[in-house]
Design a binder for this molecule. Sequence first.
Ligand SMILES: Cc1ncc(COP(=O)(O)O)c(C=O)c1O
Length: 425
Amino acid sequence: MSGTPLPPLSPLAHPASALDELHFAPRLLMGPGPINADPRVLKAMSSQLLGQFDPQFRRMMRETMVLYRQFFETQNDWTLVLDGTARSAIEMVMLSAIEPGDKVLVCSFGRFGQLLNEIAQRCAANVRVVQAPWGTVFDLAQIEAAIKDFSPKLVAVCQGDTSTTMLQPLDGLGALCHRYGAMLQVDATASCGGTPLPVDAWQIDAVTAGLQKCLAGPSGAAPITLSDAMARVIYRRRHIEDGLQPAGYVPGAGQRIASNYMDLAMVMDYWSDAGLNHHTEATTMLYGSRECARIFVQEGLPAAYARHAAASRAVAAGLQGMNLKLYGDQANKMPNVTGVYVPDGVNGDKLRAALLNDFNIEIGTSFGPLAGRVWRIGAMGYNARPDCVLQTLAALEIVLAAEGHRFTRGAGVDAAYGTYKGVVI
Ligand SMILES: Cc1ncc(COP(=O)(O)O)c(C=O)c1O
């Protein structure tokens, strides 16, 4: 047979283990996400299943909308949770808002900017990409010049690009886009919950997220919020599938959305009072999503951001105390993930394996040009706590010393511990 060979798939060494009960070593997940879910979220997810049109379930959906409006600091009616991981939400918004040939400007400063480009291409958009070097972010003048030159319908950007650990300032970008007749889509998967994202104040038209980072849940559900303008652009393309069309149904004037599953207009019909059937709701994920937002709102936005900032300061101080160099523009660093160079003479993957195998602690490497050169240490959501940060740094000190890296033993953990003095968490 000719053609592209299928990818390798090796057989399970001990097939009988498939019948074993699940039993995992208790990992502390301190990479760029996923992180350990808050036990409250897991408990909520074990609530009994309900039918997706049960009045109790419909009420729970509305409560979830209320909570995520608070989380996103928005009055947007169309604030809901999509079934699927964060990238499905990016794609669902883009595919539903962008008609083939529409212009999309992607502002890319890392691998997840590349993903925005990839998704926009697959939506058959006319895409232009502006790039900021990895480890930096854009200033608004650069984006304005590109908008002026290209006149996009949509500008897409990450708030935090996890691959580089950089945080794009967004204040003013929504207003800038609107001045030129463009809408703004933000991927806030990696940053929301760890750093402010006042959606209305910043005039963002679409924000997509995931649970598995600062929201302290598992991946698999994607909170989103849409401005009225964005909701109208999408709903203009409403074409209800056969068999569900209500009496008097008139399809929208816009082109039918190319995917049935990713059709956000139909998902809006499901979340609306009309309650039109679409996919079978992922009940359990919605329970988890609701609990993630409830935890966040109960803690209070300022307190949650302060907790992430404190963890970030401690991680940075600890790493520098170990004679390590932080990666990227520190003035624009995400508060929940820290990039740090692998020091000369140390094998980054071997050290990560030692952390995992000997200490049950997971940290991340990075992608593309940074693979093997930069580690990424996350302290977010349920794990943005002093104990998690200090345990990770203490273990890192031990494995770094074992690898021959030169530094004063104890200096990193002491420096990190010192940053927490007087801080009320
Ligand atoms: C910034 C950013 N965007 C998008 C994604 C994709 O999210 P998911 O893996 O949940 O689809 C990630 C995942 O790490 C991310 O960090």
